[in-house]
Design a protein around this ligand. Structure first.
Ligand SMILES: [Zn+2]
Length: 250
């Protein structure tokens, strides 16, 4: 009896794990498609079609979409469904600014907490970044450079900070693909190398300064000022214009 119960719970937890990995796989596929701009900002994400493509129920698709919307990569509108987010230039600036606030604090904790193993792991990540650049694998590089920042948050040893940064890094990935001209640096590798040097030297102030400079450089590479204001205005007032006109005439 005890054994039966144990077996059942083992098989159930196996099924749970399978379901979780299925969710993860679909999440990764969709996130990558967004980063590679196969799914461009503003694209509608139909639950039915995605369910068909991935061979899963709408419930599973909905769960993945909710996860992506939690990370602000997807936006869900009541009665209209889910769309790939289109971060505005203002939102892009806010996200980078929030990262500066958060990552300055993270760097201080990293300098205090970082072990030799942590440093070795960061060095290894830097090598992988360099490899992906050399191979011209842009999507992998964007992901790896985000991972570098998340690894620092993990070393800082505060789960809440890590969760906040995870959301901001996901949003930055979308901002990079939307606002960066093709082929330019996302996270310059040599700047990551400088940050590692400052951590190794246990130089808290230098580590913070280098991180802030790095995020500033990242922001300056974005083409945030060249937006088409006319089309933005139409977008902002779509669906509202009719009501306004009626009110004016009445
Ligand atoms: Zn970086």
């Amino acid at each position: 009896m005890n054994q039966t119960v144990k077996n059942r719970s083992a098989s159930e937890s196996h099924q749970d794990a399978a379901k979780a990995s299925q969710d993860d796989r679909i999440y990764e596929e969709m996130f990558t498609a967004i980063l590679e701009q196969r799914l461009s900002p503003g694209t509608k994400l139909s639950e039915d079609v995605l369910g068909e493509i991935f061979g899963v129920s709408r419930t599973v698709v909905r769960k993945v979409l909710q996860r992506l919307s939690h990370e602000k990569v997807v936006q869900i509108f009541p009665n209209r469904g889910a769309y790939v987010s289109e971060p505005s230039p203002e939102e892009a600036r806010d996200v980078l600014d929030a990262r500066k606030v958060l990552e300055a604090g993270i760097m201080r904790r990293v300098v205090r907490n970082c072990t030799a193993d942590d440093l070795a792991r960061l060095e290894k990540m830097l090598e992988e970044e360099a490899e992906s650049i050399a191979a011209g694998e842009r999507t992998r590089w964007v992901a790896l450079s985000g991972d570098f920042h998340l690894a620092l948050a993990a070393i800082a040893g505060n789960r809440a900070l890590e969760d906040f940064l995870k959301e901001l890094v996901s949003r930055t990935s979308l901002i990079l693909v939307q606002y960066q001209g093709g082929g330019v640096n996302s996270c310059a590798c040599d700047e990551h190398a400088g940050i590692i040097d400052a951590i190794r030297a246990r130089d808290e102030d230098r580590a913070v300064t280098l991180m802030l400079d790095h995020l500033q450089n990242c922001e300056e590479q974005l083409q945030l000022d060249g937006g088409d204001e006319a089309s933005d205005l139409y977008k902002i007032f779509s669906g509202v214009t009719g009501g306004r006109i009626v009110r004016k005439e009445g």
